[in-house]
Design a protein around this ligand. Structure first.
Ligand code: SF4
Ligand code: SF4
Length: 378
């Protein structure tokens, strides 16, 4: 089998994950910088669903001990995701999809060497030119959604539990914080300026949090520390963006509008209305008391996606409701309490569990469940 055949198999395999991964020159360039042909060949045989090494050993005909050693090496390199069991035989391994293996893992460590700098350019280009394009149409859901800053909501005691960033923290059992992989990869790319936002703001929970700490890209923190960091994010204007499901959140990003996976396509690819399928919260900026507004323009300046325009000469605000993602960043710093986050008539349609979310993604790609189950187990 030639090197190109191995890469082709791996690229086709990546495209079978729930995240559509169009194959083109940029993808080939970034894959070749990250994996060898031998690695590509091996990765193309691993399932997307977490699977025991015994099952994989049977399928691939590789002795169990040898296989576990190999899988652990790939996991260290961030190409395979592993959930530790009580013994190595009970570990669960799955091949990393494009977001995991190319948009998270290489950047989490904050490594700034030439290799990472070289990799950053095609990875950034592929995201905005190819991957993100498919994420900005009304259908495809995104893995993250926005939730408002709690105290900006009209009645914070009545906030929807799955949109309350503090209540969401009570539903998880392990907290880890890492440097933002999105900002790291943009900071390394000579085509972008250094992000002005704080770096250590990406949270992972449960098994994913433990995994981050085990491979040395995260540090275990207490819930109180999480709350302190969240406060800093609110001050800086970063958008709280948890996993797009209600139960067992595994990620809570704090998104920089220009550089993060969730907000970058909205800022750069959508100038008009933002479809609600892009995981808006159930809240929208509204007047609390228009009379109180001193026309300072701060809300427009803090809006991460330009949903508010401030015409300075006329001292006029134009609010584009169809663009508002319901993050509350405008309300948070309004000096006169003139605005507030009000609940929309129709709450956000958030999947219940991670599996419900995956099923939704697959449906949006026109893939039925039977085919999907085969695809992620193959
Ligand atoms: S107007 Fe902008 S800052 Fe305010 S809630 Fe909407 S998206 Fe967020
Ligand atoms: S921040 Fe508040 S006071 Fe300033 S322009 Fe916006 S709504 Fe008005």
């Amino acid at each position: 089998m030639s090197d190109n055949d191995s890469y082709e198999k791996y690229l086709k395999h990546l495209n079978k994950s729930p995240i559509a991964t169009p194959i083109n020159e940029t993808l080939i360039e970034m894959v070749k910088k990250r994996v060898t042909p031998e690695e590509a060949e091996f990765l193309s045989k691993l399932p997307f669903r977490g699977t025991t090494p015994r099952k994989i050993s049977k399928k691939l005909g590789i002795p169990l001990d040898e296989l576990i050693e190999k899988l652990d090496k790939y996991a260290e390199k961030g190409l395979v995701y592993s959930i530790k069991g009580s013994t190595p035989n009970k570990n669960l391994y799955s091949v990393g999809d494009v977001l995991f293996a190319y948009y998270r893992m290489p950047w989490w460590s904050g490594n700034k060497d030439d290799y990472h700098s070289d990799l950053s350019t095609p990875v950034n280009k592929y995201y905005i030119d190819d991957l993100a394009n498919s994420l900005t149409t009304p259908g495809p859901s995104q893995g993250l959604r926005s939730v408002p800053v709690n105290e900006t909501v009209e009645d914070p005691s009545d906030i929807l539990p799955y949109e309350d960033v503090v209540q969401l923290l009570d539903t998880v059992d392990y907290y880890s914080v890492s440097p933002c992989p999105c900002r790291t990869r943009h900071n390394l790319d000579p085509n972008f300026e250094e992000s002005k936002y704080p770096m250590e703001v990406c949270f992972h929970f449960g098994d994913l949090g433990k995994y981050c700490d085990e491979i040395g890209v995260g540090r275990n923190v207490t819930k109180e520390e999480v709350l302190e960091i969240l406060k800093k994010c609110e001050e800086a204007g970063l958008v709280h963006a948890p996993s797009s499901w209600r139960e067992r959140m595994d990620t809570l990003c704090n998104c920089d509008p220009e550089y993060c996976l969730y907000t970058e396509p909205i800022v750069k690819l959508l100038s008009g209305p933002v479809p609600r399928g892009l995981q808006h919260s159930s809240y929208v900026r509204d007047w609390a008391d228009e009379e109180k507004c001193i026309k300072c323009g701060l809300c427009a300046k803090r809006c991460p996606i330009d949903a508010i325009e401030f015409i300075k000469d006329e001292k006029k605000l134009i609010f584009k409701e169809e663009r508002c993602m319901g993050c509350g960043q405008c309300v948070y710093k309004c000096p006169s309490e003139a605005i507030v986050m009000k609940q929309r008539d129709e709450p956000a349609d958030v999947a219940k569990t991670p599996m419900d979310f995956v099923v939704r993604l697959l449906k949006e790609r026109g893939i039925d469940l039977e085919t999907a189950a085969k695809m992620i187990d193959d």
